[in-house]
Ligand binder design. Structure first.
Ligand SMILES: Cc1cc2nc3c(=O)[nH]c(=O)nc-3n(C[C@H](O)[C@H](O)[C@H](O)COP(=O)(O)OP(=O)(O)OC[C@H]3O[C@@H](n4cnc5c(N)ncnc54)[C@H](O)[C@@H]3O)c2cc1C
Length: 431
């Protein structure tokens, strides 16, 4: 094994959560190592973005690039609830600043974020598989063991971040996890290379399917549609036990839809893909020497396309908390505790709403009112409360103004930083 190299922070996983965290910390001058087991670009599901993730993309300097490369997403087209009429809501209803996000090809999107982390100064190793977490006698995480180019290496850091997605490389070992039994779903999806767009062609389609589950329709370009069917895992297992293939189950779902089936010819369906889609949350998002962000921390059924927003928001919070802790280790519990509390609340709000919404028999007004209640938005127009919650915009104030230390802490650290900068400058001038 090679000798351990030392970093401020090691990030396991170079997906959107890991790359965001690494980029933000590197931008603040931190010495960051990202270990990603795949070679990018690599395929990933999770293609439709909400506007709540734009502010952190601005922080990373990526918005122009996203705008140039990806298909716009202006809103959501729903076939859902007791009222059979499809209905839509668009992002511009939240006030106009962020009136659209994007539908992305994740191989390209994830590579863009990871390359940006490199550009901002992070050391990124691909095909670097973390095989073990190193802890000292007190249980504090001090680094990792990873395999790269046929060799086993060790790296050490003040903090190690689990951003390894559903693999949960560290959280599966270091903390309890709760899987939400009522959201034990699976997804079956494919791509169509021609399709009939919706009336609002940039929208995502979200359609409840009679008999159980729901479908997404995501226009990745003018010619490519991602079409997926999310259903209870038990429903797919029953169908499989009866000898039906996942392609048949997908096509049955499509046939039972009202809008999705008007968009495609089933004969054009491409290769079928499947993934587990089981909402879960770790009991803690941090511990001695470690932090978790993205799916490694928590995951919610993609009904409202919340995954990348949730993961990059967690990374944004964690970057500020870690930056504070790296300056002053005694702030650990306080700063990371605040990160944990805000992030857990983001998760709980979306989870509560997805749970309520999963019942597709309610009245539209009921969905709207519940969104306002969960989002704690006190505005006349309940539709604004709805889109604010599901776009992540309602959480923007907490995210933007997140202060891991409290005002007193900030002043002390700013003072201390100013003194350090002045001392460094004086030392430079002296010699
Ligand atoms: C069916 C389905 C549909 C979805 N649709 C949407 C959607 O429309 N919009 C949306 O925002 N979200 C969606 N999501 C959720 C979204 O895909 C995830 O929330 C998002 O990818 C999480 O990002 P991440 O960085 O935490 O994890 P990932 O993107 O999974 O990245 C984790 C990385 O860690 C690496 N890794 C794992 N283990 C190790 C190891 N031991 N060593 C080194 N590297 C490792 C992996 O190779 C991977 O690159 C969907 C999810 C599912 C299942």
């Amino acid at each position: 094994m090679s000798e351990a190299s030392q970093f401020d922070v090691i990030v396991i996983g170079g997906g959107p959560a890991g790359a965001t965290l690494a980029g933000l910390l590197a931008k603040r001058g931190r010495n960051v190592l990202v270990l990603e087991r795949e070679s990018f670009p690599r395929y990933h599901i999770g293609e439709s973005m909400v506007t709540g993730m734009i502010p952190v993309m601005e922080e990373l300097g990526l918005v122009d690039e996203l705008e140039a490369r990806f298909q716009r997403k202006t809103g959501i087209n729903l076939v859902w609830g007791a009222d059979p009429q499809p209905w839509r809501t668009d992002f511009s209803a939240t006030g106009g600043l962020y009136d659209h996000s994007w539908h992305v090809k994740r191989d390209e999107f994830d590579q863009l974020l990871l390359d940006n982390a490199r550009k901002l100064g992070a050391t990124v190793l691909e095909q670097a598989h973390v095989s073990d977490v190193v802890q000292d006698e007190q249980g504090t995480v001090t680094g990792v063991v990873y395999k790269h180019e046929g060799m086993t290496h060790r790296a050490s850091a003040a903090y190690t971040v689990d951003a390894s997605g559903q693999n949960r490389t560290m959280t599966r070992k270091l903390t309890e996890v709760t899987f939400q039994e009522d959201l034990r779903n699976v997804a079956v999806w494919t791509y169509f290379q021609r399709f009939t767009p919706l009336e609002a062609p940039d929208d995502i389609l979200v359609e409840a399917i009679e008999g159980g589950g729901w479908m997404w329709g995501i226009p990745l370009s003018e010619t490519e549609l991602s079409l997926g069917y999310v259903l209870p895992a038990s429903q797919l297992a029953d169908a499989t036990a009866q000898g039906r293939s996942r392609t048949e189950v997908f096509l049955e779902g499509l046939a039972a839809s009202r809008i999705a089936k008007t968009m495609v010819d089933p004969a054009d369906a491409g290769e079928m893909r499947t993934a587990r889609d089981w909402s879960h949350v770790s009991a803690r998002f941090f511990g001695p020497g470690w932090v978790a962000v993205g799916d490694a921390a928590c995951f919610i059924d993609p009904l409202f396309s919340s995954g990348v927003w949730l993961g990059t928001s967690g990374a944004w919070l964690a970057a500020r908390a870690l930056d504070a802790v790296l300056d002053d280790a005694s702030l650990g519990e306080q700063a990371l505790g605040r990160f944990n509390d805000v992030y857990q609340q983001l998760y709980r709000d979306i989870l509560a709403y997805v749970r309520y919404f999963m019942d597709p028999t309610r009245l539209r007004e009921e969905y709207m009112e519940r969104a306002q209640a969960i989002g704690r938005t006190y505005i006349e127009n309940s539709r604004v409360g709805f889109i604010s919650l599901i776009s992540g915009i309602k959480s923007l104030p907490e995210l933007v103004s997140f202060d891991p230390m409290g005002m007193e802490g900030i002043q002390e650290v700013m003072q201390e930083r100013a003194e350090r900068v002045a001392a460094a400058k004086a030392a430079r001038e002296a010699g």
